[in-house]
Design a binder for this molecule. Structure first.
Ligand code: NAP
Length: 207
């Protein structure tokens, strides 16, 4: 498949690129610093910012599916995810591309989680109010589209080796689950793509 990737220079994004290329996909990645991505057979890198609607439209135009692992990198770009989400939906809708798989954050929805501790529900959304609001807005923008989207709600990200032994539950993390390796998030996203699974759903991942 021809895949368009946002956030390919990031810690999840690098795993997405590696797995996608290994599986034989053709990948086009948008990067603010194209030189941050190593040259690889099957990979095309275009320079640009995810908040630039034209750059995102050009990225997705010739793709069969779009994967996003964007992250705000210390909130340097306020409302990055919502802005990029709007650009992605607009670009895909215009080009007739339907499949979109994005990294989202389980923590942004913790207040409605039936299995989270009360104290965590109070503290986490307060500490991370701005990034969580951005995540929720991104999800709203995408859910309002008629695309075949999947919002992968990751729990706390760690850099351990992938195990593929994670649990998945719709909307909220499996009870007692609170972390997931970035490499396993990437594997799950590529699995959603190949199996056409979790369409218009919010799978939450944890060990
Ligand atoms: N931290 C956690 O525990 C946690 C938990 C659940 C979910 N999440 C979610 O996971 C995601 C982050 O995953 P990660 O650790 O892989 O992130 P990361 O390593 O910080 O990577 C972020 C990626 O986004 C790119 N990016 C940022 N601003 C951009 C812009 N304006 N235009 C184009 N690209 C831009 C970065 O590119 P550059 O290389 O140019 O900076 C980088 O490729 C976030 O969406 C976050 O909400 C995090």
């Amino acid at each position: 498949m021809r895949l368009a990737v946002l956030g390919g220079s990031g810690r999840i994004g690098q795993h997405i690129l590696a797995s996608a290329l290994e599986s034989g996909h053709q990948v086009c990645a948008l990067a603010r610093r194209p030189e941050a991505l190593p040259a690889a057979s099957g990979l095309t890198v275009i320079g640009g910012d995810a908040t630039d609607g034209r750059a995102v439209a050009d990225l997705v135009a010739d793709s069969d599916a779009v994967l996003s692992a964007l992250g705000p990198r210390g909130a340097k770009t306020p409302a990055l995810l919502a802005s990029a989400g709007r650009n992605t939906v607009a670009g895909m809708s215009k080009a007739g591309v339907r499949r979109l798989i994005c990294v989202s954050a389980a923590g942004a929805f913790i207040r409605a989680d039936p299995d989270s501790a009360v104290l965590v529900k109070l503290i986490l959304p307060t500490v991370l109010a701005k990034p969580f609001a951005d995540v929720r807005e991104m999800e709203e923008v995408v859910a309002d589209s008629d695309l075949d989207w999947t919002m992968v709600r990751a729990t706390r990200l760690v850099n351990t080796r992938p195990t593929s032994q994670y649990r998945v539950r719709p909307d909220y993390p499996p009870p007692g689950g609170w972390k997931i390796a970035r490499a396993d998030v990437a594997r799950f996203m590529l699995g959603c793509l190949s199996e056409r699974s979790w369409v218009r759903e919010h799978p939450a991942l944890a060990y």
